[in-house]
Design a protein around this ligand. Structure first.
Ligand code: PMP
Length: 388
């Protein structure tokens, strides 16, 4: 007897090979389900069992709220991957990088509430949490002030307080962004969520004053809510730590335990298993989507140059987390609706401060999500026919 085939909802037929054209492709969210098969292979070694009596108190034995063992593993991982300098830097944990980003804005804003609020800026296209978080705080010490480039010619530029978000690789377009504003009073928050070999070559260890990382895009455990900052300046670190203490009194000790277990598994064998898997999966997806879009005049994708990777010890092609798709036709001003009509749900350009001619398609979701997205996109491109 043949086993009964349980088809994904997008496929049917006795061998699950018939694609259902009405199936909706979810290319919206940033859930890194592409790493699920990796963790299925490591199911036993990555499991955490916690007895009911374990670690019930507020702090660790050294009275801190940060697991020294986890911190040590994070430093070891950065040294191994070569993606960040951590020697002589402070490390601070947060509930996802989301919480650390907020702490960083707070810590970099002026201490003195009588001075004008720091202008929080970022280059378009940008991850819109930066704007939403800054606005929800409604603080007198910092204010979201939009696109970085619009401030470059500001007459009082040199005397104003700026906090610039710099995202490298960038969400949504995968570019290795650099800081744009350089003045004595400008502070930068370097969001390095995607600076791992899955998504980019690692040309050199990042060496910025304030860098932010997360396991969400490293191991894929977005639901565990664990991120960290690597901070050069002690006073900035202390302000961030104060924010964490008042906000949540540090990261859940259970989460820290799970993060430690995951990192121990990652570090086995020089982390090769995870990064080989991550890089191969993401680059094969990028090759496929590029091939499809290259046959089109209606759509185009961002160009990302090959990058030297000191971790893999070679020059390598891009393998970004997201496709930043552009609708080229004059009449396709709303690219989101063009794709929606073809059953692909992406995220509209305006969510990134950009034109709606752009849509972000997530490439880091499950293999099914990716395959269905590609099927629909292929169909759209084939339908262009003679109308190029
Ligand atoms: N920074 C960037 C650039 C992101 O894309 C994300 C998640 N999509 C985050 C930060 C937040 O991630 P988390 O809070 O899960 O660490």
């Amino acid at each position: 007897n043949l086993p009964v085939c349980e088809c994904n909802s997008c496929y049917g037929g006795s061998d699950c090979s018939q694609f259902n054209l009405t199936c909706i492709a979810d290319a919206n969210g940033g859930d890194p389900y592409f790493l699920e098969p990796f963790w299925m292979q490591k199911a036993a070694s990555s499991a955490v069992v916690v007895a009911g009596w374990h670690r019930m108190g507020y702090s660790y034995h050294d009275k801190s709220t940060i697991s020294a063992e986890l911190e040590r593993h994070i430093r070891k991982l950065h040294a191994l991957v070569g993606n960040a300098v951590t020697d002589g830097r402070h490390i601070l944990f947060g509930a996802g990088s989301t919480q650390v980003l907020m702490a960083a804005v707070y810590a970099l804003s002026p201490l003195n509430s009588s001075s004008s609020p720091a202008r929080v800026v970022v280059s378009i296209p940008f991850y819109n949490l930066y704007q939403l978080q800054t606005e929800v705080s409604n603080s007198v010490q910092f204010k979201f002030e939009g696109d970085t480039s619009s401030w470059m010619n500001y007459s009082d530029y040199a005397n104003a307080n700026f906090i610039e978000f710099v995202t490298a690789p960038n969400n949504p377009d995968g570019k290795l962004n650099k800081a744009v504003l350089h003045s004595f009073y400008t502070k930068a928050i370097h969001d390095r969520a995607y600076y791992w070999p899955h998504y980019t070559g690692i040309p050199a260890p990042a060496d910025d004053d304030l860098m932010i990382f997360t396991i969400s895009k490293l191991t894929g455990h977005a639901g565990s809510r664990f991120g960290w900052a690597v901070v050069k300046d002690k006073a900035v670190y202390e302000r961030m730590a104060r924010y964490m203490e008042l906000n949540t009194m540090g990261v859940s000790r259970d989460t820290q335990l799970r993060a430690l277990k995951l990192l121990k598994v990652v570090l086995e064998g020089g982390a090769r298993d995870l990064f080989n898997f991550g890089h191969e999966t993401m680059s094969s997806r990028w090759v496929k989507i590029r091939k499809t879009v290259s046959m089109s005049k209606r759509f185009s994708l961002q160009e990302i140059p090959p990058e030297n990777c000191t971790y893999f010890n070679k020059i390598r092609e891009a393998s970004p987390a997201y496709a930043w798709l552009k609708c080229e036709r004059e009449e396709d001003k709303n690219c989101y609706t063009v794709l929606e009509a073809a059953n692909i749900i992406g995220r509209a350009g305006k969510a990134f401060g950009a034109e709606d001619r752009y849509v972000r398609l997530s490439l880091l979701r499950s293999q099914d999500d990716f395959d269905v997205t590609l099927q629909h996109l292929n169909k759209l491109v084939l339908e262009e026919g003679g109308s190029k």
